[in-house]
Write a protein that binds this ligand. Structure first.
Ligand code: PLP
Length: 374
């Protein structure tokens, strides 16, 4: 039945909805600034919860958006030609190796729709990126959730779980929400055990932050035919609100993904902004520098306060509390003081809080509020 305007009594289970969808918990995003302002009557809020770029979008991207506005009555280029060509040149591949999507999550969703047969199985890490967890659960396929070891992907355990039905293995490198990464040696050893019929989704949403680390495996340096590399404009490029990401893979994987992908994503504004953001090396470098400084500021301060954290190579840092209750308490008190952090209970880490790295004027009040609370 449809709910009557005044009534919201629970409905009985709708027979059209598959059991695995019915049981799915929806994605729980970080609390929006306006909601916290409204609920607590606060004027000033510091939001360090969603791993966004604290510098905002690149000014060049904003200018490109303004110019593109005049063409908003037109559909975007369905082939995303100019941006795909630019990415192909930048990463030294052919345009046929490049795909665009509404965020890298949009491409992940297309991958799931394109390659999975009813009997196929998925392997991924337990309590890793929540976006993929929702996609995997929503696919209705059998998923092997491999626990992390010391807050890192256990690639050996993942490889030993491969069977004749395995079709997709998802790796976030670096991982969100732990901020840890698997090394070149670990990745090489893992790939030796993966048959070519298994597709690896290599989610490198935080690539730009991890790239300088000498033993971080940049998957674009490998030419495995069964690896699809996903990257995004949402983090280092500061365009999360526009929803634009990109991926690289073998041309036959890309050509089939292009058949299934929604034709007009990413939007016209997103494609234009992406083109310009790639040109804005200054903004990218500044973002990486500020993030690096912020990470070391947090690491030093947390160590000084005796707070346990997981060393990170991304634009966020995860703090571990002695108990889930203490974690709830700190998260709530921080919100009351106007600092929004991300509680990691929905990710499966009820004793952890994730702090996104901001600019210094955001990081500093976060640390001083933590000090007061402690
Ligand atoms: C590991 C990881 N992958 C993908 C995404 C989503 O990126 P996009 O905004 O491009 O969909 C995120 C966002 O938080 C992430 O942490």
């Amino acid at each position: 039945m449809f709910l009557k305007p005044q009534g919201n009594e629970p409905t009985e289970t709708m027979p059209l909805v598959p059991k695995y969808i019915n049981e799915l918990s929806p994605y729980t995003p970080g609390k929006p600034i306006d909601e916290v302002k409204r609920e607590l009557g606060l004027e000033k809020i510091t939001k360090l919860a969603s791993n966004e770029n604290p510098l905002g979008p690149s000014p060049l991207a904003l200018e490109a958006i303004r110019k593109a506005e005049e063409r908003l009555h037109r559909y975007p280029d369905a082939s995303g030609f100019k941006l795909r060509q630019k990415l192909a040149q930048r990463f030294n591949v052919k345009i046929d190796n490049v795909i665009l999507g509404a965020g890298s999550e949009g491409i992940m969703a297309t991958i799931m729709r394109t390659f999975l047969l009813p009997e196929d199985e998925i392997i991924t890490a337990l309590n890793s990126f929540i976006g993929f967890t929702v996609l995997a659960r929503g696919s209705g396929k059998r998923v092997h959730w491999i626990p992390m070891k010391d807050h890192r992907y256990d690639l050996e355990a993942m490889a030993s779980c491969i069977n004749e039905y395995t079709k997709i293995i998802y790796l976030a490198n670096p991982d969100n929400p732990m901020g840890t990464y698997c090394t070149v040696d670990e990745f090489d050893a893992f790939m030796e055990k993966v048959p070519e019929r298994v597709l690896i989704i290599m989610d490198e949403a935080y690539f730009e932050f991890a790239q300088p680390i000498s033993d971080y495996p940049d998957s674009m340096h490998y030419r495995y035919d069964n690896v699809i590399t996903l990257r995004t404009f949402s983090k280092a490029y500061g365009l999360a609100g526009l929803r634009i990401g990109y991926g690289f893979a073998h041309d036959q994987l890309i050509s089939n993904l292009l058949k299934v992908k929604l034709p007009f994503e990413p939007s016209l504004l997103a494609q234009s902004a992406g083109m310009a953001a790639l040109e804005d090396v200054y903004h990218l470098d500044k973002t990486i520098q500020i993030t690096r400084d912020g990470l070391s500021y947090f690491s030093d301060e947390l160590s000084r306060l005796g707070i346990d954290y997981i060393p990170s190579v991304t634009n966020f840092i995860t703090i571990k509390w002695p108990t889930p209750e203490r974690c709830d308490e700190v998260c709530q008190k921080m919100i009351e003081e106007g600092v929004i952090l991300r509680h990691l209970k929905p990710f499966g880490w009820p004793d952890c809080l994730r702090v996104s790295i901001g600019i210094h004027s955001e990081n500093e009040p976060c640390v001083s509020t933590l000090k007061e609370i402690l």
